[in-house]
Write a protein that binds this ligand. Structure first.
Ligand code: SF4
Length: 241
C-alpha cells in the first residue's frame, strides 16, 4: 500500500495516508476503506512515523488522510504531524473529518491557527441531497444542510457514479460545493467489496456531459480512479486476499 505521494496538478501538495484506530461511524453503504485500521496505537504510530518521514515541505502544503477522521489518529501521531509541519515549514495542513467531529474540528483549527498554520477541514458530504445521503448512503451527517456543514468544513468530497444520480443532480452538487466551499473533490465510485456498484450510465453521463466543464478548474479535483492521488491500494490487494 502506497502511503505517500506528491500531487503536482491543481493545488499542489504532499499527501500521506496514515492509519488510525478506525472510523467510528463505519456505516456508509459504499465504503470499505475504513478497513484500513488497527486498534494497536503503538503499531499505528510506528507505521505513521515511517510514512511521515517522507514529508519534505514541498509546496508548504500537507494533506493527511486516514480512512476515517483525523480524530481517530493516536496522540503521538498527531503530535508528530504538528512537529513536522513546524519543522518543514508547512503553512496549510488538510485533515479529513466526519460531521460528528464538527466541534472538535473547529477547536483544532483554532489550535493550529495559534501556531501559524492554517488547518483546512475536508469532509465527505458525497451529495447535498439529504434524503439520498442519509437514507441510501447512510452517511450519518443527519439532515443537515450546507450552512451547518460549511461552518466547519473548508472543502468537500462528492461521490458520483451510483444509481439514482442524474446529470442535473451531479451538476447541482458541484455548483453548491463551489458556491459554499473552497474546493471540491469528486470521487467516482470504483468497484469495491461493498454491494454498492458503480453505475456505468451515470459515470458515462458524468464523463461526457459534466467533467469537461470542470477539468481545468483548479478548485475541482476529479478522481476517476481512487488511486489517482498516488496513495492507497486496490481493495483486492489489501483486504480480499
Ligand atoms: S466513508 Fe468515511 S465516514 Fe463513511 S464509513 Fe467510510 S471512513 Fe467512515
Amino acid at each position: 500500500m502506497n502511503r505517500y505521494s506528491v500531487i503536482e496538478k491543481k493545488n499542489p501538495r504532499e499527501i500521506v495516508l496514515l492509519r488510525g484506530s478506525g472510523c467510528k461511524w463505519k456505516k456508509c453503504t459504499y465504503c470499505d476503506y475504513h478497513l484500513d485500521f488497527c486498534k494497536d496505537e503503538e503499531e499505528n504510530f510506528l507505521l505513521n512515523s515511517e510514512v511521515l518521514k517522507n514529508v519534505k515541505g514541498f509546496y508548504k502544503k500537507l494533506e493527511v488522510i486516514n480512512s476515517g477522521s483525523f480524530t481517530e489518529l493516536d496522540k503521538k501521531t498527531l503530535d508528530l504531524i504538528e512537529k513536522i509541519c513546524l519543522k518543514k515549514g508547512i503553512e496549510t495542513l488538510y485533515f479529513e473529518s466526519h460531521y460528528i467531529y464538527k466541534k472538535k474540528s473547529m477547536e483544532v483549527k483554532k489550535y493550529y491557527m495559534e501556531k501559524g498554520i492554517t488547518l483546512k477541514i475536508k469532509t465527505g458530504v458525497e451529495t447535498f441531497d439529504e434524503e439520498y445521503r442519509e437514507r441510501y448512503l447512510h452517511k450519518g451527517f443527519g439532515f443537515v444542510g450546507v450552512k451547518e456543514i460549511s461552518e466547519f468544513a473548508d472543502e468537500i468530497c462528492l461521490l458520483f457514479g451510483i444509481k439514482g444520480q442524474t446529470e442535473e443532480s451531479m451538476r447541482k452538487d458541484i455548483e453548491t460545493g463551489l458556491e459554499n466551499f473552497e474546493r471540491v473533490c469528486i470521487n467516482i465510485m470504483n468497484k469495491n467489496s461493498t454491494p454498492v456498484l458503480p453505475n456505468r450510465n451515470v459515470i458515462k453521463t458524468f464523463s461526457e456531459k459534466i467533467a469537461p466543464a470542470y477539468e481545468n478548474n483548479d478548485r475541482v479535483d476529479i478522481l476517476m480512479d481512487n488511486l489517482e492521488f498516488g496513495i492507497g491500494a486496490k481493495v483486492q490487494e489489501v483486504f480480499l486476499k
